[in-house]
Design a protein around this ligand. Structure first.
Ligand SMILES: Nc1nc2c(ncn2[C@@H]2O[C@H](COP(=O)(O)OP(=O)(O)OP(=O)(O)O)[C@@H](O)[C@H]2O)c(=O)[nH]1
Ligand SMILES: O=C([O-])CC(=O)C(=O)O
Ligand SMILES: [Mn+2]
Length: 618
């Protein structure tokens, strides 16, 4: 399978204790091979039981990784502070190791798969010494889906086991199904190690990890190897590694889409329902839009997903989306009763893990932007914190990890493996200038162009500089598991093969435009319902728009401003298409497209030429 090497397997640690196992020969063999390489003290198969949760969380509390929160504030919930060097996805350490370098494309790091395996086998050699190796059978999406999307993560981190149990359907039910299907069961083998072996008698640290980090996808083998990080998207391998990087390759091969999108259900005052998917880069508003509380009367939003959408054409020719995840791994700072009351309600029910936020003296959590600022707390760095402190109490990428089923506005359709038919797709980024509040594309290819040229300021969700504008196509820059030029072509092809009338309409939004003083022009959050309403009315052919060089933009009157406390001049600013700003954007788009050489779909080149002509650029 994946780990095999030309060298004979090293003798297994004869004292390795084993709890659980499988009748699935192929899976057992892979687990044995990994154990022979990584030499853990103990191998334990994750069952998903309540007793297991209690035992693992107790163990994490004893190790100092977790602090149990006050049961009256956050029942069955835990606080964790990571090593300060292990706080976000590491894009420069993330690789797509396709057989052919060209298939990784210009946007991914690449290394020859054999070379990478040799290098990583060395790292994995004995890396679980002194630790327990957990085997987590999981399924992304529904166990009763037509083709359940199985995975098996091996990890030496209890924090990862506990978090995976929140984020994905895990455990013995999944394993039994894999066993029933036998060799016909396709599962993604996902190997994770903290890279922090323990010598006998060596005291463990609170957050073990390694300075050497690799997050590696082998697209042809549908396999994942991760090393050195315990954090989020680097370590919970069902999420970004499988459901986006590996799944995007599967989707290319099988004619569907694996996207970095929220899914929401919108009900109008007339009780019409619509489903919307939206792609914004990390820390750019997906969770907040997914749980939006509309400020316009009569409109209702329900949540289906906040980060990942898998979309396939149904027999009726419409595009259906499912959320493969089971929990939210949400950005904590800025979340409060006003911006996202439903997220606050979700976490209040407990059963959650909070990482890199502040710990209050009464055993609760707090972060910047939350109400009721405590007079004193312990910061994510373990230091005393007061409102006068110069440092933040919480890391900007601190997160809550919480079960989706606790969300008070979870749509019933979440549990339907068929998914929901999407009427509109939103692409959006974080841009201080240039990009208006909302623009409607002319057609699917133009919408694909909008997605392919999407730009956004970088955030704390990945290590590296924050606030730098970069192209982030379809909010998938760090997640496309193959050549991004081929990915654009895939989007175009799906549109070409579909019934144009049944395709979702594509819109481009920007909640983050700023005025000369640096203030956000648009109030955002619940007020974004006004933009959703306009989009739906466009689909229904009811709302007005002006044609601009970049697409259809609402007239200020077309946006419902009833009850909106906003100067009409400000709204006009939010909607303004500034031709000079767009002219300045063109060289950036050209530079971006030049990366792809011949691999750039001709249709996107044609779209760019059209935009230039409309802007009057030579
Ligand atoms: N100004 C403004 N800020 C917003 C809006 N929506 C979200 N934010 C802020 O953007 C940050 C990230 O928002 P999230 O909704 O967590 O982002 P996400 O896209 O789900 O992020 P990932 O989980 O990293 O993929 C938070 O600090 C929010 O407060 C909005 O409409 N306007
Ligand atoms: O993957 C993570 O660590 C969190 C996340 O949703 C993102 O960065 O988009
Ligand atoms: Mn995300």
């Amino acid at each position: 399978m994946t780990i095999e090497s030309t060298e004979p397997a090293k003798a297994e640690n004869p004292n390795t204790e084993r709890v659980g196992g499988t009748t699935h020969a192929g899976l057992q063999q892979w687990v044995d091979e990994v154990a022979a390489l990584t030499t853990p003290d103990r191998i334990e198969w994750v069952t998903g039981s309540d007793a297991e949760w209690t035992r693992l969380t107790d163990k994490l509390v004893e190790a100092g990784t977790f602090v149990r929160l006050n049961d009256e504030k956050k029942p069955n919930s835990f606080y964790a502070a990571s090593d300060p060097t292990d706080v976000a996805r590491v894009e420069d350490r993330t690789f797509i190791c396709s057989v052919d370098e060209k298939d990784a494309g210009p946007t991914n790091n690449w290394m020859d798969p054999n070379e990478m395996k040799t290098l990583m086998r060395d790292l994995y050699q004995g890396c679980m010494k002194g630790r327990t190796m957990y085997v987590i059978p999981f399924v992304m999406g529904h166990l009763n889906a037509e083709n359940p999307m199985f995975g098996v993560e091996i990890t030496d981190s209890e924090y990862v086991v506990v978090s995976m149990r929140v984020m994905a359907r895990c455990g013995v039910n999944v394993l039994r199904r894999i066993e029933e299907l036998g060799e016909a069961a396709n599962y993604v083998p996902a190997l994770h190690s903290l890279g922090a072996p323990l010598e006998p008698g060596q005291q463990d640290v609170k957050w073990p990890c390694s300075d050497t980090k690799y997050i590696v996808q082998f697209p042809e083998e549908r396999a994942i190897w991760s090393y050195g990080s315990g954090y989020g998207g680097n370590a919970l391998l069902g999420k970004k590694c499988y459901s986006l990087r590996i799944a995007s390759v599967m989707a290319r091969d099988e004619g569907w889409l694996a996207e970095h999108m929220l899914i929401l259900k919108l009900t109008s005052p007339e009780q019409q329902t619509y489903y919307v998917a939206a792609a914004f880069p990390s820390a750019c508003g997906k969770t907040n839009l997914a749980m939006l509380k509309p400020t316009i009367p009569g409109w209702k939003v329900e949540t289906l997903g906040d980060d990942i959408a898998w979309m396939r054409f149904g027999e009726d020719g419409r595009l259906y989306a499912v959320n493969p995840e089971f929990g939210f791994f949400g950005v904590a700072p800025g979340t409060n009763e006003k911006t996202n009351p439903y997220a606050m309600e979700t976490i209040a029910k407990g059963n959650s893990v909070f990482t890199n936020v502040a710990l209050t003296d009464d055993g609760d959590i707090w972060w910047e932007g939350m109400e009721n600022t405590p007079a004193h707390a312990t910061s994510w760095k373990g230091q005393d914190w007061t409102p006068d402190s110069e440092e933040l109490s919480s890391h900007p990428n601190s997160r809550y990890c919480t079960p989706i089923e606790q969300c008070p506005i979870l749509a019933d359709e979440y549990n339907d493996p068929k998914g929901v038919p999407i009427s509109a797709i939103f692409f959006g980024g974080r841009r201080a200038s240039t990009v208006p509040l909302v623009t409607e594309s002319r057609d699917w290819v133009h919408g694909t162009f909008m997605g392919a040229t999407l730009s956004s300021e970088t955030t704390a969700a990945a290590t590296g500089q924050v606030g730098v504008v970069r192209r982030d196509p379809m909010a998938m820059l760090p997640f496309i598991g193959y050549n991004a030029g081929d990915y654009f072509q895939h989007w175009i092809n799906l549109g070409k093969d579909a019934d144009a009338h049944k395709l979702p309409k594509i819109f481009y939004v920007n909640w983050f435009r700023r005025d000369a003083d640096g203030k956000f022009v648009w109030p955002g959050f619940g007020e974004n319902s006004r933009v959703l309403k306009w989009a739906i009315e466009r689909i229904e052919g009811k709302a007005a728009a002006v044609e601009t060089p970049i697409g259809h933009v609402p007239t200020p009157e077309a946006i419902d401003t009833d009850g909106l406390d906003m100067d009409p001049a400000e709204l006009a600013k939010a909607l303004h298409v500034d031709v000079d700003e767009w002219k300045a954007e063109i060289p950036h788009i050209e530079e971006w497209f030049a990366k792809f050489g011949d691999n750039l779909p001709t249709q996107l080149r044609v779209e760019l030429d059209g935009l230039k002509a409309r802007l009057g650029v030579q």
